[in-house]
Each structure stands twice: as C-alpha cells, then as structure tokens.
Design a protein around this ligand. Structure first.
Ligand code: PEP
Length: 249
C-alpha cells in the first residue's frame, strides 16, 4: 500500500535555532500521529542540526535541492551524497520556484534525479501548471510533458523511490487552493500517465498535493483516493498547523 505523507518545505525561512525549535516541536507534537510519514525540508545550513532533533523520531529529513553533479568545481552547490551524510533521506526536486527563478530545465532535473539515486536520496519530484496553462485548458498536456521528459527516463527500481508532488503554480503561496475535485482529477491523471510507463508500480507511488494547503482545507483534499498527502509551504512553519494537516487523513 502506498504511503500517506505530509512534507514541509521550509524554503528560505527560519534561522538555524528557529529551525531546531520547530523540528523539536514537530517531534513532540507528532507522537500521536499514526500511519503518516512526516518529512521536513529545511535549508541546507540547518540539515545536521535538524537531523539531531529528529533522530529516533518518525519525522524524516529532506533537502530542498541538490547539485546536478557529483563533486568538484561547482561553487555554491551541494552534492546529493553530502546531503545524505547529514541524515537526510529525501530531496525536493523541480519545485516551480527552482524552475522559475533558477532556470532549472528538464535536462538539469534529469541530472539531479540521477544524483539523488546515486547519493541514496529519494526525490520528492514536483510538477504543476501555471495559471495561463490552466486557463488555456493545457494543464493535462503540461504535466504529462513534465513527467515524460524526466520521471519517464528512470529505471523501474529508481521510479519506485520517487514521491510526486502536484503543485499548481497558481496555488503556491497565493492562498488559492485547488478544489478537491481539481486535485483528484489531476492526481488520477498523473497516476494514469505514470502507469502508461511503469504499469502497476504507479499504484504504489505517493502523489502529494501542494499549494496553499492548510489545516482548514487539508481534510477535503486528502479525502480523495489519489491524493496521498501534501507538500506544505507556509503552513509547515507553524508546528500546530503542520501537525493539524498531518492529522487530516
Ligand atoms: C510549496 O512551495 O511547496 C508550497 C506548497 O507552498 P504553500 O503551501 O505556501 O503554497
């Protein structure tokens, strides 16, 4: 059976000590959260400190990005193997902010996917359409192309380690959430698309919804058969909200 997952993308927020406090609160408050994998993704600088706080808990650690190369003269980059050394087991890839502000292309993402598997990290791979694409009724085509150009290139064994996050760009940080019907429609489409390439294995893939998910709307989103949890931005910075979302299944 596929996993239910709630992952928090902290983006470029919190000082290291705030991040330590937030992760300690999450560990404490998640003790009665059952059957849901929690993941937190702090900035790189916080990973080792947050790993200390999470040790022995049921909350796992993720990075928000990794380098496209293994090692060497790539100033400012952090390799997947270095991330794994901190205790992280996951890495967000393909977030729309990386695609939009840092020019990440499908080609870069293919390299990063390879680095994740070589470094023993499971990718949380984001796809999603922009507002104009949704309004032009091109969202299915856009998402299919994003998957075909990246995840479709994986070996079946590696595909089994991937978590998909559907994040409509128009819903990220805007307070506009996809309706439960819109989320289910696209999640089912993503699963069908993945099944065209990977067959029954796509039934085991966790597909998370991301985009202004909060304690008030999480329940109606997670109630849908193909919505296996959430990738949470803003609401993951408050432990009470993050835990309330994790309790929304
Ligand atoms: C995100 O950036 O992954 C995200 C879902 O952000 P928010 O929840 O703030 O919309």
């Amino acid at each position: 059976m596929r996993k239910k997952i709630v992952a928090g993308n902290w983006k470029m927020n919190t000082s290291i000590s705030e991040g330590e406090r937030l992760s300690a609160e999450i560990v404490e408050k998640s003790k009665d959260v059952d059957g849901v994998l929690l993941i937190v993704a702090p900035p790189f600088t916080h990973l080792t400190k947050v790993a200390d706080k999470l040790r022995g808990s049921r909350t796992a650690l993720s990075a928000q990005n990794c380098a496209a190369e293994t090692s060497g003269a790539y100033t400012g980059e952090v390799a997947a193997s270095m991330i794994a050394e901190t205790g992280a087991a996951y890495c967000i890839l393909g977030h729309s902010e990386r695609r939009e502000y840092y020019g990440e292309t499908d080609e870069t993402l293919n390299k990063k996917l390879r680095q994740c598997f070589a470094g023993n990290l499971s990718p949380i791979f984001c796809v999603g359409e922009k507002l104009a694409e949704r309004e032009g009724n091109r969202h299915f085509e856009v998402i299919k192309t994003q998957l075909q150009n990246t995840v479709f290139n994986l070996e079946e064994e590696d595909f089994g380690k991937v978590i998909i996050a559907y994040e409509p760009v128009w819903a990220i940080g805007t307070g506009k959430t996809a309706t439960p019907e819109q989320a289910q429609e696209i999640h089912a489409f993503i699963r069908k698309t993945l099944a065209e390439k990977f067959g029954a294995k796509a039934c085991e893939t966790s597909i998370l919804y991301g985009g202004s998910c909060n304690p008030a709307n999480a329940k109606s989103l997670f109630a849908n058969g193909d919505v296996d949890g959430g990738l949470i931005g803003g609401a993951s910075l408050k432990s009470d909200d993050f835990i309330a979302i994790a309790k929304s299944f």
